[in-house]
Design a binder for this molecule. Structure first.
Ligand SMILES: [Zn+2]
Length: 380
């Protein structure tokens, strides 16, 4: 019974859940079921958080290419175009799904959606390696999205075709450059990461060593006490989870005695959800404070990526506690939308650096997951 409701962790329930449940990482492809219902909330709340100043509409890609014919040779421009095309493809995916009349259009929407990731992985990785800040990148994303939303609304009102606006030109430009970005992605992924921060490299080495030596052992699980469902020990090394927690807690400057929230495997999670963080609030006082993990995630995600996903949920928890002055409460208040908070994005990106020192491919995946959570779920 793969009905829409069962896929729609966020569409049928998120309005009620917004303040009580952070829907965590959602499988990028399946979230499309939620888009139509989410769009009003998304446009309003995502942008309310980061007010976009009135500015000139961005130069169309055709204009850009005329001014910078050699952009493919310059890393900064490749990164900029990658981030821009990620927005274009994400927007196209939503648009074509929203107005799809036939299956072919729905399929096309999904192709745009899926390929967003190629642009995003390259664009975001190069941007942060080029020292661009998350605040800047998020601001630019919302600015472009506002521009395309305006073009869409104008087109709908005037009964014109959005493809006849500069959006159509931009989409064609991105289509023409998709293979170029595929090749850049492949090239980047084949390199070893050169981490410039020796202290981080050392910390990570220590972490790996203790994981290898200790492994999931009875003594380690005994030390964990509250906060680790025994069943999870089959899949996760408790030492490594503890190190992720300590890293995040120290970065957040949280109280040393703070306990991790319990983590449980939940086979009932909708297929679109990888992890869910939930907490009691005024709207849902009955919610337990816990992280639910889908067994599918445990089977599909491996190594650093899996620990990073858990760390993303732990970061939600720490942001929530920080917002509540680190006080223990029976109901927590949450006004912040974490995913598009630059500090949240930077923290989870640094966690990826902490966890992964070898595979650029894994690092690019984690980075992109982080930015995509802002693009696709800005209300969380
Ligand atoms: Zn999240």
């Amino acid at each position: 019974m793969n009905s829409k409701a069962s896929h729609c962790l966020t569409s049928t329930t998120c309005l009620a859940f917004t303040k009580t449940l952070i829907c965590g990482l959602v499988i990028q492809f399946a979230t499309h079921f939620c888009m139509a219902d989410e769009r009003k909330q998304d446009q309003g709340q995502g942008q309310a958080q980061l007010p976009v100043q009135a500015q000139q509409p961005p130069e169309s890609f055709r204009g850009f290419e005329a001014h910078h014919p050699t952009w493919r040779d310059e890393t900064a421009w490749v990164s900029n175009v990658g981030m821009r095309c990620a927005t274009v493809y994400d927007f196209a995916g939503r648009f074509f799904l929203e107005y799809a009349m036939v299956d072919d259009q729905r399929r096309a929407a999904n192709v745009f959606y899926r390929n967003t990731d190629i642009f995003l992985r390259v664009g975001y990785f190069l941007a942060v390696r080029g020292n661009q800040t998350d605040a800047q990148l998020i601001q630019e994303f919302f600015s472009r999205k506002t521009h395309y939303t305006q073009l869409k609304e104008d087109s709908l009102q005037n009964s014109r075709n959005i493809m006849l606006t500069t959006f159509g030109d931009d989409l064609n430009f991105c289509n023409e450059n998709l293979n170029f970005f595929r090749s850049v992605k492949k090239r980047l992924e084949s390199d070893e990461v050169k981490n410039e921060d020796p202290s981080l490299r050392e910390a990570s080495k220590v972490m790996r060593r203790s994981s290898e030596e200790g492994g999931p052992s009875a003594s380690a699980s005994g030390q964990l006490g509250l906060g680790f469902n025994q069943e999870l020990i089959r899949y996760l090394d408790p030492n490594r989870v503890a190190q992720v927690w300590e890293y995040l807690l120290s970065e957040m400057k949280g109280p040393a005695h703070l306990n991790r929230p319990p983590m449980v495997i939940d086979p009932e999670l909708p297929t679109s959800a990888r992890f869910v963080f939930e907490f009691p609030s005024q709207d849902s006082p009955e919610n337990p404070l816990q992280i639910r993990v889908s067994p599918r995630t445990l089977n599909e995600w491996r190594g650093s990526t899996l620990y990073w996903g858990l760390g993303h949920e732990l970061a939600h928890y720490l942001f929530l506690r920080s917002e509540n002055a680190w006080l223990e409460k029976s109901q927590y208040e949450s006004e912040l939308h974490h995913h598009c908070e630059p500090e949240f994005m930077t923290l989870t990106r640094k966690l990826a650096d902490f966890l992964e020192q070898n595979s650029t491919q894994a690092l690019m995946q984690m980075y992109a997951e982080g930015f995509r959570s802002c693009m696709r779920n800005p209300q969380q």
